[in-house]
Design a protein around this ligand. Structure first.
Ligand SMILES: Nc1ncnc2c1ncn2[C@@H]1O[C@H](COP(=O)(O)OP(=O)(O)OP(=O)(O)O)[C@@H](O)[C@H]1O
Ligand SMILES: [Mg+2]
Length: 242
């Protein structure tokens, strides 16, 4: 089997008060898998993503992402790890409102020290592929929610991360924009991108995930292939993941 992109072994995250937010979770994700994480509010889904991204440290267990032991990194190492390996998309976009769309998308490349010309080419290609090229010079405040989320996806993909993490990416969108984001994640998966998506949205899980992991009270209670409703191909399938 190929080297996993994600390997969690006995991972717990406890706070002083209350039960563990995550309780001895072991999970392996292979390259090219698209995993949906489902579970009730407070079950530990965001905690799981933040542990994978190195934003939280586990209180027990080990987290390995694309060959890097994430749980032992210091602050600087953890930031460097995220720049190189992780793209993240959130429910409320987290775009910088005083930068243009193009500059938001360029930011991760700048922080990683990528040459200006190569970064601009990559950003232009992503904006084009995601159908937001005409907004390149606009500020995010002028865009619709669906457009903002596509900008956030472009930014997340800028440095070609081996792993894309999404936390409720359709949670703040109307149904049409949600559908665009579902198609986008499905296209990325078809292009070979490894993706973990936390969602309450069953149609999102069905549209973009090959595997569904259910969490309850900090534990994995089910892990099974997602029944597909549509084939993993699309006319707009692109080379953005490569
Ligand atoms: N700093 C903290 N101190 C104490 N408990 C915390 C802290 N952060 C999170 N928790 C608890 O950890 C548990 C898991 O939270 P988490 O945000 O991972 O849930 P979630 O599944 O993402 O929920 P939602 O679907 O509402 O986003 C919750 O019970 C939460 O209250
Ligand atoms: Mg959450």
């Amino acid at each position: 089997m190929a080297v996993p992109v994600i390997e969690l072994s006995g991972v717990s995250r406890r706070y002083e008060e209350g039960p563990a937010a995550l309780d001895e979770v072991s999970l392996t994700v292979a390259p090219g898998e698209s995993v949906a994480v489902l579970g009730p509010s407070g079950s530990g889904k965001s905690t799981l993503l933040n542990l994978i991204a190195g934003l939280y440290r586990p209180t027990a267990g080990t987290v390995t992402v694309d060959g890097t032991r994430v749980d032992t990194l210091g602050e600087a190492g953890s930031a460097r790890f995220r720049r190189a390996k992780i793209g993240m998309v959130f429910q409320f976009f987290h775009l910088l409102d005083d930068l243009t769309v193009a500059d938001n998308v360029l930011l991760p490349a700048e922080m990683a020290g990528v040459g200006r010309a190569a970064a601009r080419r990559r950003a232009a290609e992503l904006l084009d592929v995601l159908g937001i090229a005409r907004h390149a010079r606009a500020y995010p405040g002028r865009l619709s929610g669906g457009e903002r989320q596509r900008v956030a996806v472009a930014r997340a993909l800028m440095n070609r991360p081996p792993l894309l993490l999404a936390d409720e990416p359709t949670g703040a969108l109307d149904s049409a924009s949600g559908e665009d984001v579902r198609e986008l994640l499905n296209d990325l998966h078809a292009d070979g991108q490894t993706i973990v998506t936390v969602t309450h949205d069953l149609s999102l899980a069905r549209a973009c995930a090959t595997r569904t992991v259910e969490i309850a009270d900090g534990r994995v209670v089910a892990d099974r292939p997602t029944p597909r409703t549509t084939p993993a191909t699309s006319a707009t399938s692109t080379a953005v993941a490569r």
